[in-house]
Write a protein that binds this ligand. Structure first.
Ligand code: IPD
Ligand code: CA
Ligand code: CA
Length: 262
């Protein structure tokens, strides 16, 4: 797919940050054996990754606004455009040497996500989408959500946010309803990749509570452009406003939503 200049810029920024993160990840693997562990080191790694992405994106588009997990919000001169960035999604995996984490970059225009990149350096998988231009993996693979229609054949993903106590009972209830009715539930620890994998047809659906915009902004567009449906956990809710998300292929969305919404 021939992407826009903004999309190419996002891909370039993601690759640049990935080079730094991959170096740090190798170091983390070594630090696992030390008594102190790699905790402080990792919080430096994600701050540095955000610095690299910010420099690339705002260097090229100085008038755009910013929302990043590590550096927060900044109004741009152009109030209609904003970058939404999670420099390292799946920090707990990264910290434990588990190669399942990603860089997530979205561009919002007039309140709508128009371009999205989720990059998984460990598998060298670059997921990207632009509004109206489909969802793609690496150079030339167009992605479609899965075609499975039956819950009992389907795999779903979820996340349990770090320290989330408020919504834990609800999530446990979801598990007790979904596990017997489906082919399984995965909890892999990187929301941006959970959505990317729904877009790629690997999971039939994904849901989670207590999320931030930077976790899901890019992934939502991936799923929509791959032909899937995305809502908040309550019917009609906007996931970016509510911080909850329910995403699935169109065929299974209704039965998946019914199981979770009761
Ligand atoms: C977290 C991951 C995790 C999800 C949490 C997020 P972080 O992001 O996406 O899968 O369950 O809600 O906060 O902290 O690794 O960037
Ligand atoms: Ca995140
Ligand atoms: Ca993060």
């Amino acid at each position: 797919m021939q992407g826009s200049a903004n999309l190419n810029l996002m891909i370039k920024a993601a690759r640049k940050a990935a080079r730094a993160l991959v170096k740090d990840f190798r170091e983390v693997e070594n630090l696992q054996v030390s008594a102190k562990g790699p905790g402080d080191f990792v919080s430096k790694a994600d701050r540095e990754a955000e610095r690299i992405i910010k420099e690339e994106l705002l260097g090229a588009r100085p008038t755009y606004g910013w929302l990043g997990e590590e550096t927060g919000t900044a109004e741009g001169q152009d109030p209609t455009r904003r970058w939404i960035v999670d420099p390292l999604d799946g920090t707990t995996n990264f910290l434990h040497g588990i190669p399942h984490w990603a860089i997530s970059i979205a561009l919002e225009h007039k309140g709508e996500i128009v371009s999205a990149v989720v990059y998984d350096p460990a598998k060298d998988e670059m997921f990207f989408a632009e509004k109206g231009a489909g969802c793609w993996l690496n150079d030339n693979r167009r992605l479609r959500v899965s075609g499975r229609r039956a819950l009992h054949e389907s795999i779903f993903a979820t996340g349990v946010p770090f320290g989330a106590k408020r919504t834990l009972p609800a999530t446990l209830k979801d598990f007790s309803q979904l596990l017997p009715a489906t082919a399984g539930v995965r909890r892999m620890g990187a929301a941006a990749l959970d959505l990317a994998w729904v877009a790629a047809g690997r999971y039939e659906g994904y849901w989670e509570r207590e999320l931030n915009a930077w976790d899901i902004a890019a992934g939502i567009l991936l799923v929509k452009e791959a032909g899937g449906l995305v809502e908040g956990l309550r019917e009609g809710q906007d996931p970016l406003e509510s911080g909850s998300v329910l995403a699935a292929n169109e065929q299974i969305f209704a039965s998946f939503a019914k199981t979770l919404r009761g």
